[in-house]
Design a protein around this ligand. Structure first.
Ligand code: FE2
Length: 491
């Protein structure tokens, strides 16, 4: 460990990085002027204060300290992520949540690194332990090391973070995650029920009862290049619809009726920005004397009003069979969900994951509005979708080139975005420079209500003596928009 300044905690890591602990404003200014083009400050709280500055600094010194900072990330050891590491816990859900939080935080750091275009970088915190963990993890991931190799390398360098269990657990979790990705070692799926089903696929079923059978349809909207999906349990005729489009609600309702389906759920993978959901109109078209129609559903975290707000890993049943699990896949928008259709008596080739805009065929959704986050989407895609068995089929919300589906194996091999390392992916997504979706201003407010304004319109018409079908026919129709962009980035 090389001490090259009056601050005893300064150490050169390699030609790209150095780490430092509490350091005076003057020393930091000197290091920046002489060598370190960028300074990443791991501040002790979200306020980005000067908590890591040398305690002896006066106000002028602290101001000088702050002026040197290129980027900062709150790295608070009181955060449950660091105060309660769970690497040895038997609680699979807690472990999966902890891992996801660990990788999510690493992704946040990677985004900060991506924002600093000049090297070398000085990473600093109060003691240099957090800085050491960050640089050691980042370099190990860049070099393709395992967690064990990273820890040995850090021991050889005399980095002090290895003596702090929380720091070591976080860095190891991140490094192992990316090591497993690069070695195509399947990471256990973070949903315990899905992980158990993968381990317990039985075809043919061990019991004497006949396995459930399902009908599947993929429907298409030419204007927005949106796919709508229908799944029906054959014996009960109970079904669900994913991502309907308002202009084609009549088509979807007619199909549901022709097939004798009782539609239980209308699912939306997210608050779409490029088209208005058909949820509200379909509820009217499919309501009858015995039922108020199917339930509109969307992730609770999206904040959109609906009949059934969905929580992560919630399951939905058709015909008494649990067939759909809601996977949280934020990143394209904060409230994105993917829906995994599976049953342990179906071969893996018949499992289907409806990915919305989180993963498109050889692409992914944009991440530049609606709470989007490139780092979050990268983590979502790899932990929730690409950790499924390789033969599982993936069905996106859109395709602009005529493709209909893909598989986990194909996307692992050919997806040009998720095949990149995290830093390159963040950089690429930050430079797509896409125009806004043509229907953004129209679609967002209506989709935040799951298209329910048509129901209100129908109610007022009914009060005036109109039938629900006439209300549906007169439901608000979006203005004609220019053809959807041929972008592969979804909206
Ligand atoms: Fe979208």
């Amino acid at each position: 460990m090389t001490t090259a300044s009056a601050a005893a905690t300064f150490a050169v890591f390699n030609e790209s990085y150095a780490i430092a602990g509490a350091i005076s404003g003057a020393e930091l200014a000197s290091l920046k002027a002489s060598t370190y083009q960028s300074i990443l400050y791991l501040c002790p709280d979200a306020d980005g204060d000067t908590g890591c500055a040398n305690a002896a600094d006066d106000e002028e010194g602290k101001a000088l300290f702050t002026a040197q900072i290129t980027a900062h990330v709150a790295f608070n050891m009181k955060d449950p992520l660091f105060s309660s590491p769970l690497p040895s816990s038997d609680d699979a859900v807690a472990k999966a949540a902890h891992l996801r939080a660990s990788i999510g935080f690493y992704a946040e750091l990677d985004a900060a690194f991506a924002s600093m275009t000049t090297q070398p970088v000085l990473v600093m915190c109060k003691s240099n332990r957090r800085a050491g963990a960050v640089v050691a993890a980042r370099e190990a991931i860049r070099r393709g090391l395992s967690a064990a190799e990273m820890m040995q390398d850090s021991t050889d360098r005399g980095l002090t973070f290895i003596g702090t269990p929380a720091h070591a657990a976080w860095a190891s979790a991140c490094v192992d995650f990316f090591y497993n990705l690069s070695h195509r070692q399947h990471y256990p799926h973070p949903c315990p029920a899905v992980a158990a089903a993968i381990a317990d696929v039985q075809t043919p079923p061990s019991s004497s009862s006949a396995p459930p059978r399902f009908l599947f349809r993929q429907l298409f909207d030419k204007e927005s290049s949106t796919y709508t999906y229908l799944i029906v349990e054959s014996a009960s005729r109970e079904g669900l619809l994913i991502d309907p489009v308002i202009e084609l609600a009549q088509r979807d309702a007619a199909l549901v009726k022709e097939l004798g389906v009782t539609l239980k759920y209308i699912l939306n993978t997210h608050v779409h920005a490029d088209h208005v959901t058909g949820s509200g109109l379909l509820k009217i078209l499919l309501a009858d004397a015995s039922s108020s129609g199917p339930l509109s559903c969307i992730a609770a975290v999206s904040g959109a009003a609906c009949d059934l707000p969905l929580e992560p890993y919630q399951t939905l049943s058709l015909g008494g069979h649990q067939v759909l699990t809601c996977l949280p896949t934020p990143g394209h928008t904060q409230g994105c969900m993917s829906f995994l259709f599976y049953h342990k008596h179906l071969p893996l080739e018949e499992w289907k994951c409806f990915t919305g805009d989180a993963l498109l065929i050889r692409g992914c959704g944009r991440t530049d509005f609606q709470g989007g986050s490139s780092s979050s989407l990268y983590v979502s895609a790899h932990t929730q979708i690409l950790s499924l068995p390789e033969s599982v089929a993936l069905y996106p919300a859109h395709d602009y080139k005529g493709n209909t589906s893909t598989t986990v194996a194909e996307e692992l091999q050919y997806n040009p975005r998720f095949g990149k390392n995290l830093g390159s992916y963040i950089h690429l997504m930050a430079n797509l420079n896409l125009p806004p979706p043509a229907k953004l201003a129209l679609a967002l407010p209506r989709n935040m209500n799951c298209g329910a304004e048509v129901i209100e319109a129908a109610s007022s018409d009914s009060a005036g003596g109109s039938s629900s079908s006439s209300a549906a026919a007169s439901a608000p129709t979006p203005p004609v928009a220019s053809p959807a962009s041929s972008s592969s980035s979804g909206s």
